[in-house]
Ligand binder design. Sequence first.
Ligand SMILES: Cc1cc2nc3c(=O)[nH]c(=O)nc-3n(C[C@H](O)[C@H](O)[C@H](O)COP(=O)(O)OP(=O)(O)OC[C@H]3O[C@@H](n4cnc5c(N)ncnc54)[C@H](O)[C@@H]3O)c2cc1C
Length: 396
Amino acid sequence: MTDLEEYRRRARAWLDEHARGLPREPDLATAKTFMAKLYDAGYSGITWPVEYGGQGLSAAEERAFQEAARGVTLPIGVFGIGLGMCGPTLLSIGTEEQKRRYIRPLLRGEEIWCQMFSEPGAGSDVASLQTRAVLDGDAWVVSGQKVWTSVARQADFGLVIARTDPDVPKHSGITMFVIDLHDPGVTVRPLRDMTGEAHFNEIFIDDVRIAPDQVVGEVNGGWSAAVTTLLHERVSIGMGAARTERPASYANLAAAARKRGLLDDAAVRDQLVDLYLRERAFDLFNARLSQEVKAGIQPGARGSVAKLLLAELTLYGADVAGEILGPDAVAYGDGEGGIASALSFAPGMALGGGTNEIMRNIIGDRVLGLPREPQVDRTVPFRELKVGTQAKEAGK
Ligand SMILES: Cc1cc2nc3c(=O)[nH]c(=O)nc-3n(C[C@H](O)[C@H](O)[C@H](O)COP(=O)(O)OP(=O)(O)OC[C@H]3O[C@@H](n4cnc5c(N)ncnc54)[C@H](O)[C@@H]3O)c2cc1C
């Protein structure tokens, strides 16, 4: 047995002992205990640098662990934004002190992170954001409102972007900070969505003082910092989903159709084959991206292709589930493997992490090299803008 086979075998044995039978979304204490055990066993941050708390191993070990974990749902969703987006952003552009302070507790699940970009008037056009940060003596004073922030209620820290210079064009006057969610100036309120759960939140930030050493990247360089996070987000959404079981998958829906005697129905077979082909295309595309990432090739804008494929696959799976299951598709409870909750969450996949339309714009511009969308506001100082969130200010 090679070293790698032995690594995979030990990982599998560990997962069999510690991860089997845990709920997909356990309570916070259980999730944190599991994450700490995963870290202590050497399976969190496998390729992350040793000096910041990672394992410093190669892409081959990471791949071997993913293979060992196939078919096991790890209850680590609450850490996903830290592991997939905030941690990689800090590793890419954080200071030495930030990496030493934040990465290890993030990998061990001791501290939870969220990403605070969207605002009530700035979603797809996030560069229109209104949250402000003003330098006052030895600190930046941040005020504003964020919305749709996933896991904010559980989070200890957030990567927040705020306007630090309104006199330059909107993309140029933004800065990214680490914000402490336990600061008394931060109020987090849950937003209930149609699954019945509160997956995301709104956050009010009132005069929160942030030390200059909590700037991530350059002052007024927050747009490029945000793009770094969003590129990690799209890749991690796509790859994360490629590893997670999908309730409205071909396998589950084919079994449901068989149970109902629908497999001889030509229309049902047609939809199932279409679903299977979309799944294969998604899985193969992600397998390729993940091989490239492990070989050190960054997918860049092609992460948007993975994100778009996933959103379309999720929505199509929800349609097919509705056709096959009929009214059972909306029955909550044990039902057909949690399908009702998955179906109600499906439209969110076409919005979170960037909408399908925005993914298509990015793919057109940056992957296919088509002409860019016209933008009238790229060269105008933010303060003078009469569109987007500024329009409301101007009308006051
Ligand atoms: C499940 C989920 C989790 C989320 N988690 C987070 C999070 O953790 N942190 C965070 O900061 N945000 C989060 N979001 C917010 C998400 O990033 C935004 O919802 C998204 O960027 C869209 O912004 P918006 O909702 O303001 O819609 P808008 O930007 O107002 O868009 C409205 C519609 O117009 C379309 N549109 C807008 N601009 C264009 C254009 N230029 N060309 C073509 N069509 C366009 C959009 O596609 C959409 O259909 C989450 C959202 C969801 C659903």
